[in-house]
Design a protein around this ligand. Structure first.
Ligand code: ATP
Ligand code: MG
Length: 389
């Protein structure tokens, strides 16, 4: 039988929390592969075993899907066999026939979780390697730079044979770091920021500020489409769509144009924080990036942050545009992000935005508005849209 072995990442460092980390990872794994058949998912010794329970389970498709689940450092498809040298050799021969026939050099690497097994890891590797090099004369034993490695794992109940593992998504299992409200525009950056925040174990609640009719239904749909793509990494998502037209109109009417963007950000921050309290989130996430635009200089970021009382996480803060675009392409959001629907900020962008705003001046400019009433009204109009993976 072929099964999938998932190596857990950094959670093995987490001491007393370990079981709850494992449970969150198991839960994410189960949800992720449910559609590919009936699987039994269980953790043992920092490995999650994913065993198909029926003939029709699609192990290859489940394997592919699990490459996007955070908290997994590596994955392999392994074949289970009896814990004996002949059985291990026969299994390697059958399971890895193609690889061993093509390789010019190979080695066997054995890990022994069952410390009562009568042979040492080295002795198992030697016995299996010796036999395989006779069966596959093209493949010369090479302990240092082998083209191919046969992995043998001796565990409590049985042995497993597999090729070198594939790299997993890394990071921490979904939700193990808590929750964060992510400010999600339709741009390139903020979806990547959501991905990176989710990678560190944050459950993401996206908030989108929507200024209808300045921004269209299409602009909103674009954000929902991006969220749909993100569910692949973040699991199910509820997008909070905040009606933002009135706030933007009031800012445009009352505040000096040079502070327009900063004050807009301050409102977004306050409303997002209100959402955070409701959903039990302890941070905000944005796609801000140092120096990218006038509102992302240090002084501007400080003027925005002045409106916040919980941490604002900015995963992209030091990224180069090129690096961010590469990630956007990799996670699949780029093509949607570059669709040309206007963003609420571009509609109201000042001609000469302040790049070094003084916080006292920004506060003063903002004080001409009834901040609390505007925040409350926008918050009251929020539309929540559930998006399932
Ligand atoms: P992005 O590509 O994410 O839109 P950007 O480089 O265009 O980022 P800005 O438009 O200045 O930068 O926005 C900075 C950050 O503010 C965004 O990354 C996002 O987190 C947040 N943001 C901007 N506009 C919106 C919006 N309409 N709804 C929600 N968040 C927004
Ligand atoms: Mg933008």
């Amino acid at each position: 039988m072929d099964i999938i072995l998932l190596k857990q990442g950094e959670m093995i460092l987490k001491g007393g929390n370990r079981r709850s980390f494992e449970q969150r990872l198991e839960h994410a794994v189960r949800r992720r592969i449910a559609r590919y058949g009936d699987f039994h998912v269980v953790s043992r010794q920092s490995v999650v075993f994913v065993e198909p329970r029926d003939e029709n389970a699609d192990v290859a498709a489940a394997f592919d899907a699990l490459r996007d689940v955070f908290g997994i450092v590596s994955l392999s498809i392994a074949r289970e066999c009896e814990k004996s040298i002949p059985a291990i050799i026969a299994t390697a021969r059958e399971q890895l026939n193609a690889e061993l026939s093509a390789a010019r050099s190979f080695k066997v690497e054995t890990r022994r979780a069952d410390k009562r097994f009568p042979m040492s890891s080295v002795a198992v590797s030697q016995a299996v390697g010796g036999e395989l090099s006779e069966l596959f004369p093209n493949a010369k034993p090479d302990m240092h730079t082998p083209e191919f490695t046969v992995n043998v794992e001796i565990r409590e109940d049985s042995a497993f044979v597999h090729a070198s593992p594939t790299r997993g998504a890394g990071g921490l299992p979904p939700g193990t770091s808590g929750r964060a409200v992510a400010l999600l525009s339709g741009g390139i950056d903020s979806p990547v920021a959501c991905y990176l925040a989710a990678k560190r174990g944050l459950k993401i609640i996206p908030a989108h500020f929507w200024s209808y009719p300045y921004t269209s239904e299409l602009a909103k749909q674009k954000v929902l489409d991006i969220s749909k793509i993100l569910t692949r990494y973040c699991g199910d998502i509820t997008v909070e769509v905040v009606p933002f037209t009135k706030v933007q109109e009031e800012i445009g009417r009352v505040c000096p144009e040079e502070f327009g963007t900063i004050i807009t950000r301050r409102f977004m921050t306050r409303i997002a924080e209100k959402i955070a309290y409701r959903v039990g989130a302890d941070a905000l996430v944005t796609g801000e990036n140092l120096g990218q635009v006038a509102s992302q200089t240090l002084k501007s970021l400080a003027a925005t942050e002045d409106a916040a009382t919980i941490p604002i996480l900015r995963p992209l803060i030091t990224g180069d545009k090129r690096e961010i675009v590469e990630l956007a392409v990799k996670i699949g959001t780029f093509d949607t992000s570059i669709l040309p629907y206007e963003d609420c900020c571009t509609v109201f962008t000042p001609r000469h935005p302040a790049t070094q705003p003084r916080i006292d001046r920004v506060r003063e400019a903002e004080s001409k508005l009834d901040v609390q009433a505007l925040v409350d009204e926008a918050y009251a109009g929020i539309e929540r849209i559930r998006i399932e993976h």
